[in-house]
Design a binder for this molecule. Structure first.
Ligand code: PLP
Length: 404
């Protein structure tokens, strides 16, 4: 008996922690998607900054197929060629000397935080255990990472939270100075806050964090799960700032749609992740690593990275044009192809109302909190798809405004 799954099945069979849109996409190609009814959509959402090369990019499909016929998985009892190639590619292209591979951003951050704590114990003693992060930050959904994240709604209601975690105000160095000390183990920060509303860190702020870490012998951890792998117009956003962290985490765009995460670290720090201290059954999975390697090699070229910057300008121009017409945005901001448009006072909190209207017009977009419309499209989205997607967004926002 064949059964065509429907949106109702979600409510019947799946835990109720999400509320997905009503349509079910079944096929994607580049920056276009089709649902069960054959309706077509332009994708500005990119699976939340994951589908770095759009849907079913031939380079990724080829890597998946080739590896899929060779070897999928060995766990960490053996190493494998794709994992070694990926680790080498990441190390050679960044500040890092070592890579730890895992399956998601939350897992990469969990590894980073555990490594920082262990490094502090190894080099300074048990007392150096304070982790400083920022209000509105997002670092994943494991219990340690929601606790370090700066949105209490994600960590409350689950019993006692891990201790030794302090929160400061993003882009406010004084608020960090008030907390930092010789008991600071690490500062974890997104170079641009993603979930927190697409808020770029200022040069002075991020440099100030680097200096404070050096002063107090603490580690600087950049969470580049959302900003990484070309999204900012550089392979990693830290390169835009010229500020080097001690640990960096990556996921989302890294696999182009295949689940994978990576934690990168300097040798001096990575040493503390000694045999047996940490692990992940799927970490370094051969299929995931083969796809991620293809993604990294394709993205880390001048053509693709320059293309991201060019498309950023296009997105900005289109959004400004829409705003001149409707006055719905207070600020348009972001880096590369991670863009946010903050709603004007008259439309405060209404970003989420745009999404279903956009779906009706044939456009998928995102929000970052209730007040920011977010876009994280394919890094190689064709200009024609940008123009058509923006025409659809224009109509969706026109309807939002007309309904006032
Ligand atoms: C999405 C995200 C994470 C969590 O990644 P998962 O793969 O969902 O575990 C962590 N940090 C940042 C900055 C993110 O955007």
């Amino acid at each position: 008996m064949s059964h065509t799954p429907s949106r109702q099945d979600f409510d019947h069979y799946m835990t109720p922690n999400y509320s997905p849109q009503q349509v079910i996409p079944v096929r994607g190609e580049g920056s276009r998607l089709w649902d069960q009814e054959g309706r077509e959509y332009i994708d500005f959402a990119g699976g939340i900054a994951v589908n770095s090369l759009g849907h079913c990019h031939p380079v990724l499909v080829d890597a998946l197929k080739a590896q899929g016929e060779k070897l999928w998985h060995l766990a960490n009892v053996f190493t494998n060629e794709p994992a070694l190639n990926l680790a080498k590619a990441l190390v050679e292209r960044t500040f890092a000397d070592k890579a730890f591979l895992c399956s998601s951003g939350g897992e990469a951050n969990e590894a980073a935080l555990k490594l920082a704590r262990r490094w502090a114990v190894d080099h300074h003693g048990e007392h150096k255990d304070k982790i400083i992060s920022f209000y509105q930050s997002f670092h994943g959904r494991t219990f340690f990472t929601v606790s370090v994240g700066g949105q209490p709604k994600y960590s409350q209601g689950f019993g006692p939270v891990p201790g030794g975690i302090l929160h400061a105000t993003y882009n406010d160095l004084e608020s960090v100075r008030a907390l930092v000390g010789d008991d600071t183990c690490a500062i974890m920060v997104e170079p641009m806050q993603g979930e927190g509303g697409i808020v770029p860190g200022t040069q002075d702020f991020l440099q100030g964090l680097r200096d404070l870490c050096d002063e107090h012998q603490a580690l600087l951890i950049f969470d580049e799960v959302q900003t990484g792998v070309g999204r900012s117009g550089e392979l990693y956003a830290y390169k835009n700032y010229g500020i080097t962290p001690d640990i960096l985490t990556s996921a989302k765009s890294l696999g182009g749609g295949f689940p994978i995460g990576a934690m990168l670290a300097t040798d001096a720090v990575a040493k503390s992740l000694a045999i047996g201290t940490h692990g992940s059954t799927y970490g370094g999975n051969a299929l995931a690593s083969a796809v991620a390697l293809a993604a990294v090699e394709f993205i880390d070229t001048p053509e693709v990275l320059e293309g991201v910057k060019k498309r950023h300008d296009l997105f900005r121009e289109h959004l400004e044009t829409i705003n001149r017409k409707y006055g719905v945005f207070k600020e348009i901001r972001g880096m590369g192809l991670l863009m946010g448009a903050q709603m004007s006072d008259a439309f405060e909190g209404r970003a989420k109302d745009i999404l279903p209207l956009a779906i009706e017009e044939g456009l998928m977009a995102l929000i970052a909190g209730p007040n920011v419309l977010r876009m994280a499209p394919s890094l190689v989205i064709p200009e024609a798809d940008i123009a058509e997607g923006m025409a659809r967004l224009d109509r969706a926002i026109g309807r939002l405004v007309a309904a006032e």
